[in-house]
Design a protein around this ligand. Structure first.
Ligand SMILES: C[S@@+](CC[C@H](N)C(=O)[O-])C[C@H]1O[C@@H](n2cnc3c(N)ncnc32)[C@H](O)[C@@H]1O
Length: 302
């Protein structure tokens, strides 16, 4: 069973189930508030307090399905008993698998990387990551290292699929965060992980699942392009195909929640469903002085 401190921090975020279905094994390094082990563009950590009240009643007992996983802020806050997590980003999902199945090796490697971190090391690691084949745990450690030390935690690849983000300028980046990694390992134990695009959910989902969709957002202006998470981006056609998947799962009896920008296009796509707004602080403007709270849309089918 997790420590009571960790459980109570989750309890602050979410209503607890009346009865737990089964207990988890002890984890020695469970931190007070375990969260994502990666920085991820569009991460939902800061919005959770507004999203939780919009979840369906009885969500605690539902299987948690997240097809646009990214850093998984919602999943790590909820720590559900049963989950199916997916993302189209292959090295990202390989990293989740390595954290679930091979944590010791990932941490050993991160320890070495942390001791040797410098700007020169960053570029050497980046080029090794792009050019060499290596075991999954090794690749996961390099992925986490690059995520923690690159510019703004961005994940961007060139046409050849090579990671090309420059080094960030952090004085003392936290590369090996043992407590968070242990907590993630523990939370991921019985979780199904898949590297796939969202359309496959039509086969994977079951009546009674709670599905949280957090796709790349529809840009709200020409300079605010949030669509380049994966090679190829996420177009309006993709948003429309996602709406079709949303409706198919709704007919199947899943409980659905979706985040996106509050734009006329997204409002029109989901006009047959309930629309709520939440307020996010996002860097959508290059001019820092003009950055302020931005309204986001949350669509539900309940
Ligand atoms: C807004 S981010 C999700 C952020 C996440 N909720 C968090 O808290 O960090 C969107 C994610 O969608 C993924 N993605 C992009 N296109 C996809 C697709 N066609 N199918 C599944 N995932 C996709 C990206 O790799 C990215 O991780």
């Amino acid at each position: 069973m997790a420590t009571s401190a960790a459980r109570s921090s989750a309890a602050e975020l979410l209503p607890q189930p009346a009865t737990r279905l089964r207990s988890r094994p002890k984890t020695p390094h469970l931190p007070k508030a375990p969260g994502p082990f990666l920085k991820w563009a569009g991460g939902k950590s800061k919005l959770l307090q507004q999203l939780v009240p919009l979840m369906p009643p009885g969500v605690e007992l539902m299987r948690h399905v997240e097809p646009f996983l990214g850093g998984g802020a919602m999943f790590f806050a909820r720590r559900p008993e049963r989950a199916y997590l997916a993302d189209v980003n292959k090295p990202l999902m390989g990293t989740y698998r390595a954290i679930r199945d091979d944590l010791t090796r990932v941490m050993e490697r991160l320890h070495v990387l942390e001791r040797n971190h410098s700007k020169e090391t960053y570029y050497q690691v980046r080029s090794r990551y792009n050019r060499s084949r290596m075991p999954r745990a090794e690749r996961a450690a390099l992925f986490i290292y690059l995520n923690k030390t690159c510019f703004n935690g961005l994940h961007r690849v060139n046409r050849k699929g090579e990671f090309n983000v420059p080094a960030g300028s952090y004085k003392n980046p936290r590369i090996l965060d043992e407590a968070t990694l242990h907590a993630a390992h523990h939370t991921l134990q019985d979780v199904e992980l898949a590297c796939q695009s969202f359309e496959t959910l039509v086969e994977q989902s079951r009546p009674g699942d709670f599905v949280y969709f957090d796709p790349p957002y529809e840009p709200v202006s020409r300079t605010a392009n949030f669509t380049s998470y994966a090679e190829g981006g996420f177009s309006q056609q993709d948003q429309t195909r996602l709406r079709d998947v949303f409706q198919a799962l709704s007919r199947r009896g899943c409980k659905l929640m979706l985040s996106n920008s509050d734009t006329p296009f997204i409002r029109a796509l989901y006009r047959d469903h309930r629309q709520h707004t939440v307020s996010a602080r996002r860097a959508i403007n290059r001019d820092a002085k003009r950055r302020g709270p931005v309204r986001e849309l949350v669509v539900t089918n309940y």
